[in-house]
Design a protein around this ligand. Structure first.
Ligand code: PLP
Length: 393
């Protein structure tokens, strides 16, 4: 069978690959600690589960409009108003089957063959693949560790060509945990305006920020920036609802209509009871979001201190999301490993700790450790990594 060129070009998700290997080792009886997870380890709050269950019992088990229930869109509109002082109307919102699907649909609706999208590296693994699947070309813009993995206005400006359609802002970032300040976003926004390019702002980790920082949406900085930005967000990370598959996009009416039309021929609509769950998530007490955030923050503080003691390891302290993204190049070299990929493979085989090598995120000297796991397991995993480094160097 000859598969399409389109799919032959896809690089499978490195995050899922390491998780699969860790699961196989676990199933074979090994005491594996998985730090590969890209999802909160808490269950979805009970009142959300109850709301979805009730909706099904009441007969809400049928198709909904392709772009989502108007009641859910209203809840999302309220959220934007409350959190970011952004005003959207129903026609500017599309509910999708997860933020990942919202992004996929954006690229499908926006890109023609050869159009370029600037992707700051390190990047979330799905951006380049989704851009390629839409016929576009990801243009990687390397952010330096010394700059907390954030790109500058000048670097962005230099990367823009006549084919540039958009650039991606992912703040807080997966995998680095980097968070752009208001001033930094303003500067990037000026470049977008000057060169007339769109901004795709992935704000899925908005609620998970730590220390004395604030999250800003680039769309909230001016009317001009709102017009050229499409925001992507969802309930997966803030409400521990990864399996429910509800995300959304907010932006220009014509883009949202095109995306909704596309969805009408692919998914039909996001799962109906999950949409009711998302309404409950937004319209109820937000205390559990803060509780989960605090749990992540206390793990981050402890794990970060332990991590930076390890020889040959350095790490920019994350300001958001739930990942640590240390540079382990020195440790890998001291152990005689040619690449960090090999080092991470040996760490899993010998110490049974699964981490995600950074190469898949465009950062071959780094690894990604998720702290969406209990503190005791996290501490044990870091001890094992410490043993591994000592033993191999
Ligand atoms: N964007 C980023 C940066 C992510 O890390 C993820 C999930 O890992 C997503 C989007 C997709 O989230 P969802 O579960 O809503 O599809």
């Amino acid at each position: 069978m000859q598969l399409s060129k389109r799919v032959q070009n896809i690089t499978p998700s490195s995050t899922l690959a390491i998780t699969a290997k860790a699961k196989a080792l676990k199933a074979a009886g090994h005491d594996v600690i998985g730090l590969g997870a890209g999802e909160p380890d808490f269950n979805t709050p009970e009142h959300i589960i109850e709301a979805a269950t009730l909706s099904m019992k009441e007969g809400e088990t049928k198709y909904t409009p392709s772009g989502g229930l108007t009641t859910l869109k209203d809840a999302i509109i309220d959220k934007f108003k409350q959190d970011q002082q952004l005003t959207y109307i129903q026609e500017e919102i599309m509910v999708a089957s997860g933020a990942k699907h919202a992004l996929y649909t954006i690229f499908q609706a926006l890109l023609d063959e050869g159009d370029e999208v600037i992707v700051p590296a390190p990047y979330w693994v799905s951006y380049p693949e989704q851009i390629k699947l839409a016929g576009g070309e990801p243009i990687f813009l390397q952010a330096k560790e010394a700059d907390d993995f954030k790109i500058s206005k000048d670097a962005l400006s230099a990367a823009i060509t006549s084919k540039t359609k958009a650039f991606i802002v992912n703040s807080p970032s997966n995998p680095t945990g980097g968070l752009y300040t208001k001033e930094e976003l303003q500067a990037l926004g000026e470049v977008a305006t000057e060169h007339d390019v769109m901004i795709i702002s992935d704000e899925i980790y908005e609620k998970l920020i730590y220390g004395d920082v604030e999250h800003h949406s680039i769309a909230s900085l001016s009317d001009e920036l709102k017009k050229r930005t499409v925001i992507v967000n969802g309930v997966s990370k803030a409400y521990s609802m990864t399996g429910w598959r509800i995300g959304y996009a907010a932006g220009d009416k014509a883009l949202i209509k095109a995306m909704t039309d596309l969805a009408s021929h692919s998914t039909s609509n996001p799962t109906t009871p999950a949409q009711y769950g998302a309404i409950a998530a937004y319209q109820s007490d937000q205390a559990m979001v803060e509780e989960m955030r605090q749990a992540f923050e206390s793990r981050l503080e402890k794990a970060y201190e332990q991590l930076i003691q390890l020889p040959g390891v350095s790490c920019v302290k994350p300001k958001g999301a739930f990942y640590l993204f240390p540079n382990v190049k020195e440790a890998a070299e001291a152990g005689g490993f040619a690449t960090v990929d090999e080092w991470a493979g040996a760490l899993l085989d010998e110490e049974k700790v699964a981490v995600v090598p950074g190469a898949g995120f465009g950062a071959p000297d780094n690894i990604r450790l998720s702290y969406a796991t209990s503190l005791s397991l996290l501490e044990e995993a870091l001890q094992r990594i410490g043993h591994f480094i000592k033993r191999t160097s």
